[in-house]
Each structure stands twice: as structure tokens, then as C-alpha cells.
Design a protein around this ligand. Sequence first.
Ligand code: ADP
Length: 230
Amino acid sequence: MIHLRNVRKQYWEQAHPALRGVTFRMKPGEFAFLVGPSGSGKSTLLRILHGEEEASSGIILVNNYDVAHLTRRQLPYYRRTVGMVYQDFRLIPNRTVEENLSFAMRAIGAPDKQIRARVEEVLEQVELTGHKHNYPTELSGGEQQRVAVARAILNHPALVLADEPTGNLDPKLSYEMMKLFEQINEDGTTVLVVTHEQSLVDRFHKRVIRLEEGKIVADEEDGLYQSCET
Ligand code: ADP
């Protein structure tokens, strides 16, 4: 669940605000693409939703947390409810796939047996069973990104955010990656994907939210990338 109202973000070193009164809602289990030109505030918005960056003002309610007023104690608990996928995968290079995933669960104090079972389960979901002893460099880009997705969903987050998750993948793998997000969404997880992939956005017939200069300029169900262009 996302409920943003009039969210502003001013970086002190910038002349213009990165976000200028962003308002939108996503119901639990919704899927949306977030599109817009470079510099329009997409990554800033995702970082705010992930609790990595503080907004300057506005109401930010996500997964029943008041994100604008989280205490330092609440922050790690909140972040467990949000999975994040980045363009550059961000796997730990000198750890195997299994270790990369276990690490994320160990951090929340899960017992070893539970970790092993859940790691198997998510690897099956992203079709990487058999790769758990590989190091990231031994995997293709598409496989590495699937590990990153497995890590994002490991702790059963209510919301998955992805920032240009197909930016380093070829068109076929990009399509498969979006199908994977669709499947995660069908399991009940809210999914918000930042992307520049016009043809993919058009193929998936999802909600499309468009940001320009820090403002939402279009928000359409079954939207097209282009129809959001001004
Ligand atoms: P997008 O993801 O749509 O490309 P960003 O959120 O990265 O847009 O950037 C929006 C605006 O905020 C840009 O003007 C950018 O230069 C600025 N900005 C982004 N991150 C920072 C930061 N950490 N510090 C200062 N300015 C930033």
C-alpha cells in the first residue's frame, strides 16, 4: 500500500526541487510502471519509498508505516516490508548466490533451517535452482538480476520497488524480467517498476505513472508509454 500526498524533495545543493508535490496511491497488490525523462525524480521517489532518503515535506504512508516520521528504531522494520531491485544488481561479488541470499535473511535473525528452505524456494521461483554455489561473476546478467529479485522477495515484502531493472539486459531478457515482476505481483505483492523500456510498457497493459520535472503529469490504467508523453 502506498499513499503519497504532496511529497516534495529539495536537495540543498540543487536550485530546483527534485519532487514538487507528488500525490498518488497504490492499493495492495497493484502493479505500476513509473516512467519519465532522466532527471524527473523517479529514483528520488523510489529512494524515499525505500526509506533511503527523507522527503522535505508531504505525507508518505507505506505498508501501514508513516514513512515521513519513522524513528531510527522503526526504520529497519519498515525496510523489511519493501524489497528493492537496482539496475546494477548490487550482489556481493565474493559471496555465492546462496550466501548473498542467506545474508539478507540472517540480518533479520531467521534460523538457519528456515533460511535454507526459503533460499531454495525463491531460487525455484526465479528458476535458478542449481546455481546456488555459483559466484555472481559466473552468472549472466539476466541470472544475476534474477538473484537480485530473489533477494528482494526473500523476506516476503508487501512492496517491491525496481529502479531500471532491465537497464543492463537485452530485449528478450528484459521481457522475461518483467514477466517475473508480473508473477511476483500475481502472488499479491505490490510492484512499482521504473523503466525507460517503451515497448515493454506498451506490451504489459499496466498502470503507467509519468513524472516530469518532479510532478506527476499522467497516471493511467492500462497506459501506454507514449500516450503519457507530452
Ligand atoms: P531520475 O531518476 O528520473 O533520473 P533523479 O531522482 O535521479 O531523477 O533526479 C531528480 C533531480 O534530483 C535531478 O535534478 C538530480 O540532479 C537531483 N538529484 C538526484 N539525486 C540527488 C542527490 N543525491 N543529491 C543532489 N541532487 C540529486
